[in-house]
Design a protein around this ligand. Structure first.
Ligand code: NAD
Length: 317
């Protein structure tokens, strides 16, 4: 039996533990279960978080088992290796694919039929692998995608426009990685196209903002070794939209089935998110340049996925 107020987090490192903390501060779930391959890490984080919960919201937190996780409404996966300075997200693929397959198999064996929220990088390809292994409908296997990158974009625009980020409707789309693009042509502020609102902006200004978004994670990793708060806030926001059945529009990573002229690839585009997971994939109008950028991003992901599949076949023969 699934517990509709339970979220489990597999991988209680920087991302997983901070996600748990963000969920507690927001009061999203009633039960939080932490798992890690190192039980002590999950136990230590769970104890610390229980005390934080006592000061924040009525959440029961414990370090649990796969049986506990399989009865969750949402399982957040944040297990695996993270990028070291100089490594791209795609460099992590081979090491993390195996981790994700193992975790999904263990959930599947225990009858899990809730929603998977993938954060482990490269998040788009690992979401696809998780979906394939799980046997779940693709609407239930979601990548945290570029909710984070879109927050970074809006933060950069906000500083320049002197308008708070939530009033700016602009999205990053594509890979959560170096090939992501901004959908500038459909961005609006208070109903005004961004291209008019951002007076006197040159192409170089838009390029600079996009580069800031793309370089955000490597720059943070260079300074503190990992990223945590913004991804945790993104995950807590996605979980909130699911558990409260909000029908909120968010740029999460999902399986495209013909939208934008793309198929069989997980990448981020704005989607309506509610209690069933992805309720609708939205096709944002794109100009020619943006459309070809999105297709190029999809190509990067398809190629990396194909290479992984080929190398796994080669190893098993
Ligand atoms: P971390 O090293 O701090 O934590 C990873 C945890 O996973 C560790 O505690 C480790 O013991 C655990 N783990 C590894 N294999 C496991 C398994 N098979 N079962 C259970 N637990 C296992 O790393 P982190 O900084 O928390 O990053 C985790 C992942 O999240 C990385 O892949 C990183 O690139 C990714 N990440 C994604 C985003 C995003 O926007 N999607 C942002 C930041 C980090």
């Amino acid at each position: 039996m699934r517990n509709h107020n339970r979220i489990s987090i597999i991988g209680a490192g920087h991302v997983g533990a901070t996600c748990a903390y963000a969920l507690i501060l927001k009061g999203v779930a009633r039960e939080l279960v932490l798992l890690d391959q190192h039980k002590n890490i999950a136990m230590g984080e769970a104890m610390d978080l229980q005390h934080a919960a006592a000061l924040s919201s009525p959440v029961e937190v414990w370090s649990g088992t796969y049986e506990d996780a399989a009865r969750s409404q949402i399982v957040i996966i944040s297990a695996g290796v993270s990028s070291k300075p100089g490594e791209s997200r795609l460099d992590l693929l081979y090491r993390n694919a195996q981790v994700i397959r193992e975790i999904i198999l263990r959930l599947k064996e225990r009858g899990f039929d809730g929603i998977v929220l993938m954060t482990t990088n490269p998040v788009d390809i690992l979401s696809k692998i998780a979906w394939e292994e799980s046997g779940l409908s693709s609407i239930k296997v979601i990548g945290s995608g570029i909710v984070l990158d879109t927050a970074r974009l809006r933060s950069g625009l906000s500083r320049r426009l002197k308008v708070e980020p939530r009033s700016i409707h602009s999205y990053i789309i594509g890979e959560h990685g170096d090939s992501e693009i901004a959908s500038w042509s459909s961005s609006i502020v208070a109903g005004v196209p961004l291209t008019s609102f951002y007076e006197n902006a040159k192409e170089s200004d838009y390029n600079e903002i996009l580069q800031e978004v793309r370089r955000a994670a490597p720059n943070i990793i260079k300074c503190k070794g990992y990223t945590s708060y913004a991804i945790a806030s993104s995950c807590a926001r996605i979980c909130e939209a699911i558990l409260r059945d909000e029908h909120t529009v968010m740029p999460v990573s999902t399986l495209l089935d013909g939208q934008y002229g793309l198929k069989d690839v997980y990448l981020s585009v704005p989607c309506v998110v509610g209690q069933n997971g992805i309720e609708k994939i939205i096709e944002v109008p794109l100009d020619e340049h943006e459309r070809s950028g999105l297709h190029a991003s999809a190509e990067v992901l398809k190629n990396a996925y194909e290479k992984l599949v080929q190398s796994e076949k080669a190893v098993s023969t």
